[in-house]
Write a protein that binds this ligand. Structure first.
Ligand code: ADP
Ligand code: MG
Length: 225
């Protein structure tokens, strides 16, 4: 589903990603861990085309990312963030619907699909509420419903539980794992929480200094000295 070859990126001459290769199969659930500043968010922003300039080759679902139109990328690759990024002055239903309106679907269809997505994430009955009337966990559910609206092939989650207490964090992760199973959505999730990873084990990648590792990189401890 995601194929990356020789991906490099820099900000103002400073290298942020160094020659990454990565394959993620359709329907896979993958964690991405690594210290702050190691390049995790940059990788996600390249995959959803928030960042356009990079060296190397990326294809999503067999299509070269560089040749996909922006609206096509937005439909195929959805993103959720630590901070939910909801519009405070719009209702829950309006927040979710926006994702369909920008794709040019008829408003009535968008409303029906938005309600269905809200129900999928356990928020039926909260359609007319405003984000600030909801708990953090519920706001993240709204963001997930919005992300699901266009039936994305890939869901990128950048520390989606970073602002939640452990119980709510676990519930959100459970929801993502359920969606991965039931919808077959490929999910790449950044998390700092090794505890969460342990409670829902899956393939885990580690980023360090702009390089990807399949295992936790050596922390510097000399085992054989
Ligand atoms: P992570 O998500 O792993 O914490 P980021 O991908 O956000 O790391 O950042 C990787 C590196 O790129 C860091 O050194 C960071 O300071 C730098 N960086 C991130 N965003 C920008 C930006 N907009 N302009 C310049 N440098 C940036
Ligand atoms: Mg980050």
């Amino acid at each position: 589903m995601i194929r990356i070859r020789g991906l490099s990126h820099s900000y103002a001459g400073r290298k942020t990603l160094s020659n990454l290769d990565l394959d993620i199969a359709p329907g896979e659930f993958v964690y991405l861990q690594g210290p702050s500043g190691s390049g995790k968010s940059t990788l996600l922003r390249i995959l959803n085309r928030q960042i356009d300039r990079f060296d190397g080759d990326i294809s999503i679902d067999g299509q070269p990312l560089k040749r996909m139109a922006r609206h096509e990328v937005r439909r195929k690759v959805a993103t959720i963030h630590q901070s939910y990024e909801l519009i405070e002055r719009k209702t829950v239903l309006e927040n979710v619907s926006l994702a369909g309106e920008v794709q040019g679907k008829p408003p009535a269809t968008v409303r029906t699909e938005s309600r269905a997505c809200l129900s999928k994430v356990g928020l039926a009955g909260k359609e007319e509420m405003f984000p600030q009337q909801l708990s953090g966990g519920e706001q993240q559910r709204v963001a997930i419903a919005r992300a699901l609206l266009n039936g994305p092939a890939v869901l990128l989650a950048d520390e989606p539980t970073g602002n939640l207490d452990p119980d709510n964090a676990e519930r959100i992760l459970q929801l993502l794992r359920d969606l991965n199973e039931s919808e077959g959505t490929t999910i790449l999730m950044v998390t700092h929480s090794s505890e969460l990873v342990r409670s829902f084990p899956a393939r885990t990648l580690f980023m360090k200094g702009g390089c990807l590792h399949a295992h936790e990189p050596d922390t510097g401890t000399l085992l054989h000295s």
